[in-house]
Write a protein that binds this ligand. Sequence first.
Ligand SMILES: CC(C)(COP(=O)(O)OP(=O)(O)OC[C@H]1O[C@@H](n2cnc3c(N)ncnc32)[C@H](O)[C@@H]1OP(=O)(O)O)[C@@H](O)C(=O)NCCC(=O)NCCS
Length: 151
Amino acid sequence: MITIRPARPADLPALIALERQTSAAAHWSRTQYEALFDSSAPRRVTLAAESPADQVLCGFVVALATNDEWEIENIVVALSHQRCGVGHYMVAALIAEARLYGAQLIRLEVRQSNVAAQRLYQKCGFQIAGERKNYYSFPVENAVLFSLRLA
Ligand SMILES: CC(C)(COP(=O)(O)OP(=O)(O)OC[C@H]1O[C@@H](n2cnc3c(N)ncnc32)[C@H](O)[C@@H]1OP(=O)(O)O)[C@@H](O)C(=O)NCCC(=O)NCCS
């Protein structure tokens, strides 16, 4: 049993620890994580997945939510909890939140080699919307663009 809830400033160490354990995640500085809870920074929605029994975070998803088009910028599920539906619950909760705010579209980009993430997004209804050649570095790789129209 997993609870999906908005992340709070007290979650920062756990969010950063989860990201640092996950090589395929987008890597951000502590300052970027702190900005998630800064009301003067561009608005981002951060949802955390928590096991209610021990209140340990096992995943999070972050979306930039500044206008009608939201962008999923990062998603991580702890290795110990992968393939149990946590990613799916988080993306479904994010989609519901975006609908509530009247967003028209959610988009994201993902490494071509990241089959797990691509399948997750497809399972959640996202469709391939294009690609960006050599978008990523270290290593250089194409990005696959996904989008989900909400309207
Ligand atoms: C991508 C990620 C978030 C998926 O989270 P998860 O909780 O394991 O995903 P779920 O259990 O909800 O799986 C949902 C669907 O995604 C797909 N999927 C998930 N992991 C997969 C894997 N290792 N291989 C193939 N498909 C996979 C499947 O279609 C799965 O549905 P199914 O179990 O019915 O087959 C997780 O693997 C992760 O944290 N990866 C590292 C970070 C990352 O790559 N982030 C994305 C950057 S854009």
